[in-house]
Write a protein that binds this ligand. Structure first.
Ligand code: DSN
Length: 428
């Protein structure tokens, strides 16, 4: 029982008011975001909804603790509970992906990738990575990133059929002799042939890295090829299809373990965010449940419904369709730019992102395409029937992009639909 004296003392040293009382502006913004997530259709393919258990860990006292180092080898005292958390996260990730070694400390995907580059390479080394407009990622060598000042990125592309051109990749590898061949994409919708890429890398003496951020949940659920047993290093974020908290992770062969760990800490990062690592551990436990496989299967089924619907409505699908959770669609054939489509869909309560298409003649701020995906809606419980309705709503919003009355009508329909699939009733 708290004594009066204690309450007086603690009031002086720590704010004990509720968030609502102390900072109603922040509380209101959080409430509004909750409402936006509840009432809208979240279709950005890199977003998802974490479980209440993961949310609980994120808001736990683990955020108070410094724990530089690794389980059993820390630079701070008092890490006995932190060690349990971090070791559980590591062991569960190993079990999911069949990894020899796992580092769960990267703060997100970009820091994970940068830590790998510095672990494996020397400044000036060549890296072969996918062009951004063909589905690659900023951290895979886009000229706007700092890493291009340190390493020499050479960028490959997809072919006219929208597939990774392995013959061209091989020719480029022979010509440029990269130290690292990098695969794994953020707007590419097709399966990746890791064995064949590994064979090319072996031929030229390159190391292999896969960034599976987008598809980690599909791999965990057994629905896409797993590069972890094949490639030297695999990075991922934990908050996309894997459905954990915002964060990153590196998996590698045991022979790279020491250099990867040293590169993450002390090479690049300081204290790990252990509340986040606890969230990762919980999400990994969820990914080991049989229901997670069902979720991964449904993500792909839902994406196939969108593929079929948009194809039959005359949209141009990049890469010829999808094998995973996302679609990249050229909307200019409908007389709309990617930016106009994104804005119209926003007004209709449907969140997607504008996106470059391969060799896009337009600019990144107003590109030709939109990118959309099914993970978040699948988490909500949407199945094929709902996805058909959603495809129809998206088409209506795009074709009526200047008609605010119609967009408002769609928004109300979206609200009615999402009300049948409540997300966090316990937070209302
Ligand atoms: N920004 C993420 C995405 O939306 O794909 C990748 O880092």
């Amino acid at each position: 029982m708290l004594t009066k004296a204690y309450l007086c003392y603690s009031k002086k040293t720590m704010n004990k008011q509720s968030l609502q009382n102390f900072d109603p502006q922040i509380k209101e913004a959080i409430n509004k975001e909750l409402r936006r997530q509840e009432e809208g259709l979240e279709m950005i393919p890199s977003e998802n909804f974490v479980s209440p258990a993961v949310l609980e860990a994120l808001g736990s006292v683990l955020t108070n603790k410094y724990s530089e180092g690794y389980p059993g080898k820390r630079y701070y005292g008092g890490c006995e509970n932190i060690d349990i958390v971090e070791q559980l996260a590591i062991d569960r990730a190993k079990q999911i992906f069949g990894a020899e070694h796992v580092n769960v400390q990267p703060l997100s995907g970009a820091p994970a990738n940068i830590a790998v580059y510095f672990a494996l390479l020397s400044p000036g080394d060549n890296i072969l990575g996918m062009d951004l407009s063909h589905g690659g990622h900023l951290t895979h060598g886009h000229p706007v990133t700092h890493m291009t000042k340190v390493f020499n990125f050479i960028r490959y592309k997809t072919n006219a059929e929208g597939k990774i051109d392995l013959d061209n990749l091989r020719q480029m590898a022979i010509e440029h002799k990269p130290k690292l061949i990098l695969v794994g994409y953020s707007a590419y919708s097709r399966e990746i042939e890791y064995e064949k890429i590994k064979a090319i890398a072996d031929e030229v003496g390159a190391m292999t890295m896969a960034d599976i951020a987008h598809i980690a949940g599909l791999i965990a659920g057994g629905q896409m090829n797993n590069p972890v047993p094949i490639f030297d290093v695999v990075t991922t974020t934990t908050h996309k299809t894997l459905r954990g908290p915002r964060g990153g992770m590196i998996m590698c062969k045991e022979k790279f373990a020491k250099q990867i760990d040293k590169s993450v800490f002390p090479g690049f990062q300081g204290g790990p965010h252990e509340n986040n690592i606890a969230g990762k551990a919980i999400a990994f436990k969820e990914a080991l449940e049989p229901e997670f496989r069902e979720y991964a299967i449904q993500i792909k089924k839902n994406a196939k419904v969108l593929e079929h619907q948009f194809d039959s409505m005359g949209y141009k699908l990049m890469f010829g369709g999808t094998d995973n959770h996302l679609l990249l669609i050229d909307v200019t054939t409908k007389g709309v730019t990617g930016s106009e489509a994104e804005k119209a869909l926003d007004k209709a309560g449907i969140t997607v992102n504008k996106n470059m298409i391969p060799d896009d003649p337009r600019s990144p701020m107003d590109p030709s395409g939109i990118r959309l995906g099914t993970p978040a809606l699948t988490t909500r419980g949407f199945k094929e029937a709902e996805m058909e309705i959603v495809a129809g709503m998206i088409d209506r919003a795009i074709t009526n992009f200047q008609n605010d009355e119609e967009l408002e009508k769609i928004r109300l329909e979206v609200k009615e639909l999402t009300a049948k699939f409540p997300l966090y009733p316990e937070l209302q």
